[in-house]
Unconditional design. Structure first.
Length: 117
């Protein structure tokens, strides 16, 4: 049995998926690999995610120590930036492997081409 932040997981794979699993967490982490992004920049990278979902997923990643949230309040408008913590950066090889697998499997399975925007 594995325990992380007060939650118990039956195996290490379950723990990992508990932290980065779901539809949007891995996508958020993928976009943060290259550096810090503001909330609206993340929204532009993921146009189909709702604001509520993005906010909740960012909050969960922050609570798990994967993402760091920095708020600038010195002058309006309020500015919020998100970046990977040192702990979050340990996931970069995993996230890159997941992304690479997705690109390769789409081409192999469908004969499709990958569009990069």
């Amino acid at each position: 049995m594995y325990q992380f932040k007060g939650k118990e997981y039956p195996c290490c794979a379950s723990l990992t998926m508990g932290i980065i699993g779901g539809k949007w967490k891995t996508v958020i982490l993928f976009h943060l690999i290259d550096g810090t992004l503001r909330y609206n920049e993340l929204r532009k990278e993921m146009p189909t995610v709702t604001e509520r979902t993005l906010s909740l997923q960012l909050k969960n990643l922050e609570e798990d120590g994967i993402v760091k949230r920095k708020v600038y309040t010195s002058k309006p408008p309020l500015k919020v930036e998100y970046s990977l913590t040192d702990f979050g950066k340990t996931l970069i090889p995993l996230i890159k492997s997941i992304a690479e697998w997705g690109g390769v499997s789409v081409v192999e399975q469908n004969g499709a081409t990958v569009l990069k925007v």
